[in-house]
Ligand binder design. Structure first.
Ligand code: S3P
Length: 441
């Protein structure tokens, strides 16, 4: 692997070997910062994801009164362990506008709480974030009485001007299977007097609910309906964030598509609303073994995952109900599909069009540039595996998961694969390049 300012390159490897510890889960880290930042008391947070996205959310909480005391810094990576002292539900108005960087999760979840707090705030982000739909949270929060104005050039887009006010509880039917929208409403529900509930069209990641249990916030789950009753107190409680399965996914695929690989990934979150990537890869023939370390550590299961190159990889169809539970893994699963015999179908996934990039177009485009056989549809792609991939210079589109997916594809391609805008990787996986170097040594 080589790198220059904002590009990274890979070449065909002789096989990946070794053991790495996967950095903290991005979704959980955002939620720990928000809930811990509001809580009464001090808590120790360990293995926080110190990526740009999650650091922005932590900074936002500091801007409204949370305090951080660093405990442990990993050189070249950042502060992962710290004491978080919450503002005890007595936040202060931020002195400056709040920068959410590249993070849809950060912006949408923060909007859920800021809508209910007694001051005006403004959330902004980078060009990608300012082109992503925010109406999906403005709509339900407005039904609760929130006063949010989308100031972006594109209608319904950030920056968001939020004039905090008293919110009313609602019942909301989520129009799309989005954990971010569900969580924005449930977070606002902490402040509304009475029961706020959300019906989701399909199961989505349930980290918010698990953290409600951890922090003593009332909630119930009845099938696809999640409810919370406010106003609620939040009690600080120590937490260790498990490793991010969405980051582990790059190595699951890398060791699957690169002959002679045998790797172990330590400390990976195994929440069943996130593990569909493992089910799909196993269906394709991947040799993945899991050692469960805890079925429920501070609310979340985690364990170690070992992966060896399988004898053969075959195509599969990803089921509609699997899509929300592997939505972030689709670019890397599409790379795996390029190495599988037959045609893999990835449909019912139009949400991919509004991620950090239009991931249907960017995944299909980059696979084609490498020589793969891809059909693009409005709601997904099909990939017919078998054509050897060739390395080339590829756009990363400023999208961390596109950059990482195609650097992994380059590990079993002819020649050199170079991704531009590879600095975007830091938004979710600081340390990716050093893990790549360690495993391919
Ligand atoms: C996330 C939910 C998903 C996912 C994102 C993180 C979360 O987005 O793509 O990376 O932490 O709730 P949607 O809820 O918009 O599908």
């Amino acid at each position: 692997m080589t790198n220059s300012a904002h590009t990274l390159s890979t070449r065909r490897t002789q096989g990946l070997r070794g053991t790495i510890t996967i950095p903290g889960d991005k979704s959980i880290s955002h939620r720990v910062a928000i809930l811990g930042g509001l809580a009464a008391g001090r808590m120790t947070v360990k293995n926080y994801l110190c990526s740009q996205d999650c650091l922005n959310t932590l900074r936002a909480m500091q801007q409204i009164g949370a305090k951080i005391t660093p405990l442990r810094e990993t050189p070249g990576y950042g502060v992962t362990d710290f004491i978080l002292e919450g503002c005890c539900m007595q936040p202060q108005a931020p002195a400056q506008d709040i920068d959410c960087g590249n993070s849809g999760t950060g912006m949408r979840l923060l909007a859920g709480i800021l809508a209910a707090l007694p001051f005006t705030s403004k959330l902004y982000g980078d060009a990608s974030l300012c082109s992503r739909p925010m109406q999906r949270i403005i709509q339900p929060l407005s039904l609760m009485g929130a006063d949010i104005t989308a100031l972006g050039e594109k209608p319904g887009c950030a920056p968001l001007l939020i004039r905090g006010t008293r919110l009313q509880p609602i019942h909301y039917n989520l129009p799309m299977a989005s954990a971010q929208v569900k969580s924005a409403v449930l977070l606002a529900g902490i402040f509304a007097e009475g029961t706020t509930s959300v019906t989701q069209p399909a199961v989505t990641r349930d980290h918010t609910e698990r953290l409600y249990a951890h922090f003593g916030i009332p909630y119930t789950v009845n099938g696809l309906i999640i409810s919370t009753t406010g106003p609620a107190d939040i009690r600080a409680k120590d937490i260790t964030v498990p490793g991010d399965i969405s980051s582990a996914a790059f190595w699951l695929v890398a060791a699957t598509i690169c002959p002679n690989s045998d790797i172990t990934l330590l400390n990976v979150g195994l929440n069943e609303t996130r593990t569909a990537v493992i089910d799909v890869l196993r269906r394709m023939g991947a040799d993945i073994r899991i050692t469960l370390r805890s079925a429920e550590h501070e609310g979340e299961p985690y364990g170690d995952i070992s992966v060896r190159t399988p004898a053969r990889l075959v195509a599969t169809d990803i089921l509609p109900e699997e899509i929300p539970n592997l939505i972030d893994e689709i670019p890397i699963l599409a790379v795996a599909a390029a190495f599988a015999e037959g045609t893999t179908g990835i449909r019912n996934a139009k949400e991919l069009r509004v991620k950090e990039s239009d991931r249907i177009a960017t995944t299909a485009g980059n696979l084609r540039r490498m020589g793969a056989n891809v059909e693009e549809y409005e709601d997904g792609i099909t990939v017919t595996g078998g054509a050897p991939l060739h390395g080339c210079a590829l756009p990363g589109y400023g999208d961390h998961r596109i950059a990482m997916s195609f650097l992994i594809a380059g590990l079993n391609a002819e020649g050199t694969t170079t991704l531009d805008t590879a600095d975007a990787i830091d938004t979710s996986y600081p340390g990716f390049a050093s893990h790549l170097a360690k495993l391919s040594r």
